[in-house]
Design a protein. Structure first.
Length: 86
């Protein structure tokens, strides 16, 4: 999102921005697929006993925050590598 505001500053063109958006979307889809598979595994009764302590909702939000942070940092690092002064 930062690079799309001023692509020339980062030395990017629309093709590169589009490629990055596609990569980010694909990565998020893959993460969603893995999360759904993990959640499906948690529905197993043996696994449910371990999740009944009330922390599953907290873990979900914590996991989402971690995923958002990782995605953000990955994008930031890519932009820094493309910046001419680095």
């Amino acid at each position: 999102s930062f690079a799309s505001r001023d692509p020339a500053y980062y030395g990017l063109d629309e093709v590169e921005l589009s490629r990055r958006r596609n990569w980010t979307g694909s990565a998020r889809n893959q993460i969603g697929t893995v999360k759904r598979a993990v959640e499906k595994g948690k529905s197993n009764p043996a696994m449910a006993r371990h999740q009944d302590n009330g922390t599953s909702r907290t873990n979900y939000y914590s996991s989402q925050d971690n995923d958002d942070y990782i995605a953000s940092e990955s994008d930031r690092q890519l932009l820094l590598m493309r910046h001419p002064n680095y």
